[in-house]
Design a protein around this ligand. Structure first.
Ligand SMILES: Cc1ncc(C[n+]2csc(CCOP(=O)(O)OP(=O)(O)O)c2C)c(N)n1
Ligand code: SF4
Length: 310
């Protein structure tokens, strides 16, 4: 099994850049992921944050939980705002002798990333801006009441793709944002999960070393939208990885590495049965999901194995 190990627990800073006392639901995996990302980014960071849960829970006027400069943007333009900040910093350096190294980071939920902000993200990656984009994927538009997004998995019940007599819930397959980011030929793309703090921090560290765009997609457990107990957040994130539903990998200059390569995957039921959003699924649909998970996992495995053979 390969794991990233740049970070040892004792080397993790005890500084927080998103303060406690924010208003996230109990057991929120998304804010946990934000916390780890910010720890790795450190003080010299400017964040452009698309609207969504992380904005709502962190900045009820006149308070803010952010300990770094932070801008609330629309869905559509988090990456465009990050591009502007990065260009502005470049210009300050060129014309006014500004010397500080500041990392520009755009972030948003899956709706902000895979749907409504995809055009500005694609544009910023294509133009080669020096920034990191982090997607916190809780698999629906959670802030406004659990509406389906293109990251909602097949079979999940949401308020706009509800399960019922004539519907199994979401009937489309999850969009592969890591592959879309990699198709922009950027130097660093990674997937991670809110249950793996050291993996998240190591990947942010790597992204910070890149001169140009990098993209990190973090599966972020949301007890409210996934209809699960709030003390299951860490367990569910691990199960997503251990069942192969959410493989954790990196794509460095086009080369895939599977970070946790399990000899045997756990059955998908172990993950599905703990969440109310999948409660209605029968044996046949579960078998269909299992089949698809094997296919997708093996695709990543083959891509990673291909690199090793080279
Ligand atoms: C163009 C536009 N449509 C709808 C909204 C309303 N809105 C604000 S936050 C949000 C949901 C955000 O979902 P996501 O990006 O997945 O982040 P999450 O809240 O799940 O973290 C919606 C629909 C908006 N602000 N702008
Ligand atoms: S709805 Fe989900 S993502 Fe949003 S704050 Fe609550 S647990 Fe976190």
């Amino acid at each position: 099994m390969e794991t990233l190990s740049i970070y040892a627990p004792k080397l993790v800073t005890n500084k927080e850049y998103i303060a406690s006392g924010h208003r996230a639901c109990s057991g929120c995996g998304e804010v946990l992921a934000v916390r780890y990302v910010c720890k790795a980014l450190g003080r010299n960071t400017i964040i452009s944050n698309a609207t969504g849960c992380m904005e709502i829970i962190s900045t009820p006027l006149p308070e803010t939980a952010w300990e770094v400069p932070w801008i609330h943007t629309l869905f559509e333009n988090a990456s465009a705002v990050a591009s502007g900040i990065e260009s502005g910093l470049k210009s300050l350096k060129r014309k006014h002798g500004y010397t500080k190294e500041v990392k520009v980071v755009a972030m948003g939920g899956d709706g902000a990333t895979a749907d409504i902000g995809l055009q500005s993200l694609s544009g910023a990656m294509e133009r080669g801006h020096d920034f990191i984009y982090v997607c916190y994927d809780n698999e629906a538009y959670m802030n406004t009441g659990i509406q389906r997004s293109s990251e909602t998995p097949f079979g999940a019940s949401t308020t706009t793709a509800p399960s019922g007599k004539n519907s199994l819930g979401q009937h489309t397959q999850k969009k592969n944002m890591a592959a879309i980011a990699a198709a922009h030929n950027i130097a660093y793309v990674a997937t991670s999960c809110s249950s793996y703090p050291f993996d998240i921090m190591s990947k942010v560290e790597k992204a910070m070393k890149v001169k140009g765009p990098s993209y990190i997609h973090i599966l972020s457990v949301c007890p409210t939208g996934w209809r699960c107990a709030s003390n299951l957040t860490i367990k569910l994130g691990r199960l997503a990885v251990e069942t192969g539903i959410f493989p954790m990998y990196e794509i460095e200059n086009g080369k895939y590495t599977l970070n946790i390569d399990l000899p045997k995957l756990r059955p998908v039921e172990d993950y599905l049965k703990l969440q109310g959003r999948f409660r209605h699924l029968d044996k046949d649909i579960t078998a269909e999901i299992q089949e698809k998970v094997f296919d997708e996992y093996n695709k990543v495995k083959r891509l990673a194995a291909g690199n090793k053979a080279k």
